[in-house]
Design a protein around this ligand. Structure first.
Ligand code: ADP
Length: 307
């Protein structure tokens, strides 16, 4: 294989959003897929980006696989499971407030780690491995353990293992399991990219410093704490930097702000090894993303040529 590979592991879902007059618009999104999308948009041609998940054998699974491939993201590693379907979520709008309904309890992606040989082959073929707390939350506990053991092998082999805790209490059976498994995800990673709001709410951190300290104490060498319009705090090997967010004229939709930041950050970091510069670049991309509707903003609208 020529070039290097960015591998993102998780669940992409069918998205239904309101299109007026009671009509629904269909799309595809999911945290780790969104990050793969932005990494693909920002990385040069010497990097391939692959998505690792499981899909069913229905028409919607075929359509999703075609959509992923159409975005330039590799689908060869995607497992297909007979009789299964993808997960689905719907964005409800009431008086300008968005809420989400999910149908993902029996989605094909829940079995993404059930074939350990395929998982190992995928992880071994990658230079960067990206996963999230949502990836871990949707797996049966023994499959989460399988995934984490592959992730630890990848870290030991010197790969860049990146974890976004993306804490969603509703997906977990208990706070205890959530805390233990997310902490294990961070311990198994080289770079952790949490959102401060989530960490404060669910781990009780009273400052960004507390979040950084907790993840470094677990054994993650590098941390990027995202804090919305207040910017990001980096700690790379003990060296701290603050990078402000870019000013946005009108925030239209913050869906996938963090996912896009992660994808853009990683793309630039892989090419320059300069974390503060990568964060400045990613703040620019995320600012464009929150100025547009939807999770997946087209490459042409990300302003990449002026950066
Ligand atoms: P998450 O979506 O994971 O909660 P954040 O809300 O921290 O993540 O947003 C991630 C990044 O998106 C921020 O670091 C910032 O660069 C950008 N961003 C988010 N909200 C805004 C905003 N209101 N104005 C400008 N940039 C923003």
């Amino acid at each position: 294989m020529n070039g290097r590979r960015f591998l993102s592991i998780g669940e992409c879902m069918v998205e239904l959003s309101q299109a007026g007059d009671g009509l629904l618009r269909k799309g595809f999104a999911g945290d780790t897929f969104n990050t793969a999308w932005y990494a693909r948009a920002c990385l040069g041609p010497d990097w391939s980006v692959d998505y690792f998940t499981a899909l069913g054998d229905d028409a919607m699974s075929d359509e999703m696989a075609a959509f992923i491939a159409g975005a330039g993201i590799g689908t060869n590693l995607i497992r297909r499971i007979k009789g299964k379907t993808p997960g689905l979520y719907m964005i409800n709008l009431k008086n300008g407030e968005r809420s989400f309904s999910y149908w993902r309890d029996s989605s094909a992606a829940r079995s993404l780690a059930a074939d350990p040989d395929l998982l190992r082959e995928a992880v071994e073929s990658a230079d960067l491995v990206y996963f999230s707390g949502i990836t871990l939350a949707i797996l049966p506990q023994e499959d989460a353990a399988t995934l984490l053991s592959e992730i630890r092998r990848a870290k030991a082999a010197g790969k860049l293992v990146v974890f976004d805790p993306n804490i969603r209490p509703r997906l977990w059976s208990s706070y205890d399991v959530m805390h233990t498994t997310i902490s294990e995800g961070a311990r198994s990673s080289v770079l952790v990219m949490p959102s401060f709001d989530d960490e404060a709410a669910h781990f009780g951190d009273d400052s960004i410093e507390a979040t950084i300290h907790r993840y470094r104490a677990l054994g993650a060498l590098n941390i990027v704490v995202k804090n919305g319009a207040d910017g990001v705090n980096l700690n790379f090997g003990g060296e701290e930097t603050f990078v402000p967010a870019e000013k946005v004229k009108k925030v239209v939709d913050t869906t996938s702000a963090g996912d896009s930041f992660n994808g853009a950050f990683l793309a630039r970091y892989l090419e320059s090894q300069d974390a503060p510069a990568a964060a400045r670049f990613a703040a620019g991309v995320a600012a464009r993303v929150v100025s547009e509707h939807g999770a997946l903003v087209a490459r042409e609208k990300l302003g990449l040529s002026d950066r």
